[in-house]
Write a protein that binds this ligand. Structure first.
Ligand SMILES: Nc1ncnc2c1ncn2[C@@H]1O[C@H](COP(=O)(O)OP(=O)(O)OP(=O)(O)O)[C@@H](O)[C@H]1O
Ligand SMILES: [Mg+2]
Length: 389
């Protein structure tokens, strides 16, 4: 994905530079028309503003669509790797894990991971670049105010981190609950006749309800946590910082710092710079809020990715040959000597107990015995689905 990433990243930087120049131009426009009464300068800055909007718009579009492609490709690769890894697993794995659970990982979890990656890598890069550009412009306008503005940032970052950790644990729980509910549904739907025969519709409905009830419980916990997080970091803390900056900025516009060219005392900050600064603060907070959300979004993706990656990396207990083994000479002489076998899921039950079997080439052999006697297990062993224990 290097070519895509480079293209997306270039678009990102251009869009961010365009976006960051806008508040400065707002200030210049206000300066030109309100303070300087200079119509030429006003028109010049207005044209620059429209150009900035045009360039920012085009490259924002490029950035967004390229990240959609990158995210899509990532999702496809993730699914394919999980599916390939599942194909390698031994028969016992599919006995231990329910089909509904597997398909839920393959669809819902992979979707969640790739969505979060697509969205968050995009927004993360945009926000980081935006913070850098914006902070640069802020320092250029007034370093005193820029530092004051950063008072609240550590608080927001710490809050986001704490929240992200909680969210991660909760998301893992809710994905688990959803997968369990899905496997109940799968079990019921795949054996509908049995459910009907035992008139178990009511009981199965309640079982499913209990499953999704657990999921809902997890969502409740997420909602409670989100309440405190959003009210503090999205609104209260940023507005407090606006107040502090406006208070301090107003004083800086009144304090004479040095003599200007015309001999008039010049202040630390002009009124139009204070206006630009407030616009920059808005975009700085937008960027930091996005960064906070990204942290929690990525934490959610990590929660969902946990099982997916665990299964992608799972080494099958009974490894299968990459290509089917073709014996050089096939005589068809089959011998089983003292074979003992148990299924992993039922270790207490010896399915085959010191089995002796010899089928000579060309010989037809019938395995006879009661149901559950171990005939199919014997063939499964011959086919290499399981190993003798
Ligand atoms: N995947 C499995 N996991 C756990 N136990 C199993 C599994 N497959 C079979 N068993 C158990 O192993 C024992 C032998 O089963 P197996 O299917 O080999 O018998 P069988 O002789 O083929 O029976 P049938 O005549 O009904 O086909 C049975 O008790 C069965 O319940
Ligand atoms: Mg059988």
């Amino acid at each position: 994905d290097w070519a895509h990433l480079i293209f997306a990243y270039t678009s990102l930087v251009i869009a961010a530079a365009g976006e960051s120049s806008v508040p400065l131009l707002y200030g210049k426009v206000i300066d030109a028309i309100v303070i300087g009464k200079d119509t030429d300068a006003f028109v010049r800055y207005m044209i620059l503003l429209v150009c900035a909007a045009f360039v920012t718009g085009i490259f924002t579009g490029f950035r967004g669509s390229t990240f959609i492609v990158i995210g899509g490709r990532f999702g496809v690769r993730l699914r394919q790797r999980l599916f390939d890894s599942l194909l390698q697993q031994e028969a016992d794995f599919f006995g231990a894990v329910k089909t509904g659970d597997i398909t839920s990982r393959l669809s819902a979890d992979c979707e969640k991971v790739s969505d979060q990656v697509q969205l968050n890598v995009n927004v993360f890069l945009r926000s980081v670049i935006q913070v850098l550009f914006t902070f640069g412009f802020m320092v250029f306008l007034s370093w005193r105010l820029a530092i004051t503005c950063f008072i609240v940032v550590p608080a927001i970052v710490v809050l986001s981190k704490i929240f992200g950790d909680f969210m991660r644990a909760l998301t893992k729980d809710s994905q688990e609950a959803l997968a369990n509910a899905n496997s109940t549904a799968e079990e019921v739907i795949s054996s509908m006749n049995t459910v009907r025969a035992f008139a178990a519709e009511g009981e199965d409905s309640r079982r499913y309800q209990r499953g999704i009830g657990k999921y809902l419980l997890c969502q409740w916990r997420v909602a409670r946590l989100y309440f405190f997080y959003s009210s503090l970091t999205f609104t209260f803390l940023p507005y407090c910082t606006y107040c502090i900056v406006l208070f301090y900025g107003a004083q800086l516009t009144q304090t004479p710092a040095q003599c200007g060219h015309d001999g008039q005392p010049q202040c630390h900050l002009s009124a139009s710079s204070l206006v630009s600064f407030v616009f920059y603060m808005q975009s700085l907070f937008a960027a930091f809020t996005s960064l906070g959300q990204i942290y929690t979004g990525l934490a959610q993706a990590v929660g969902a990715a946990d099982k997916v990656i665990q299964w992608i990396e799972r080494r099958p207990v009974l490894s299968r040959p990459r290509a089917p083994l073709v014996p050089v000479t096939c005589k068809g002489d089959v011998k089983m000597v003292g074979v003992v076998f148990r299924y992993t899921m039922r270790p207490e039950q010896r399915v085959l107990n010191k089995l002796e079997l010899h089928a000579r080439p060309g010989e037809v052999l019938a395995l006879c015995g009661p149901s559950g006697g171990g005939k199919s297990s014997c063939i499964s062993l011959l086919e290499g689905f399981y190993a003798p224990t």
